[in-house]
Design a binder for this molecule. Sequence first.
Ligand code: SAH
Length: 287
Amino acid sequence: MASETTKTVASWQSGNPQGFARLDAEAFPVFEKGWVWLVGAGPGAPGLMSLLCYHAMQNCDVVVYDALVNPDILRWVRTGAELEYAGKRGGKPSPTQRDISLRLIELAQAGKRVLRLKGGDPFMFGRGGEESQMLAKAAVPFRIVPGITAGVGGLAYAGIPATHRDTNHSVIFLTGHDATGKMPVNVNWKAVALASPVIVMYMAVKNLGEIAAALLEGGRKGDDPVTIISNASLPQQQVMSSTLATCAAEVAKNEPPTPAIVVVGHASDWRDILDWYSPALKANPIG
Ligand code: SAH
């Protein structure tokens, strides 16, 4: 029974397709012609994208999207808009970052409303910084729409709280490879090893053996848990548990699928009681 503190949702808010249109007009910025919106689509599960991302999909002329964007999300792009893929495609060389930025500038200068759609968050290891820098240089107006980054959302889907009052007060995010694909050398691994109870690493599976060795040398303990979350938030999500001492051998043996996020530290211990997604998937394979 309704009390004074509850109210019934108005008809336009539930089940009425006009609901979003009303929200568009009142709560969302206008997607102007000649603008580029750099939008994060989240780690994969369609439900994790933002309303502003949905709004952009409904109001753009062209979507330039990356390999990490779940194609299921693209079904919300408005009829008549164009889709341009900007990632690697079977064997063919992928366009360079410069090519992509120039293409965004070209489309915007042709008067299009350009949605640059990226996996996760555009400013988290997504080259959104470089792209917006080029747009700024070319005097193309742009907006950044943050998304849920794999290094936070992916952990949540594995039952690992990125921070916790009892065990982890700080988090480090880092990339496991540099522009050439090697382990980054300009990272102070000793400082990283000691600075934070939780280290979240993107693009780190390939160089994990070297990274683990650097962290151990820097003073991290061999029994520190290492969790690898593949395809986070998607029905095919897989989680591999190991330790700093064993992770290199485990990766060689089990070859965890990519994309994958690597988490070092005791935050992973919470999985024992907080892993909610595996049972949810068993109950409902859509996740
Ligand atoms: N901008 C993205 C990151 C791009 S870098 C973000 O904010 O999430 C690409 C790396 O992100 C991958 O190598 C992997 O480490 C991570 N990643 C992205 N999506 C992922 C997913 N669904 N599951 C696991 N890792 C993911």
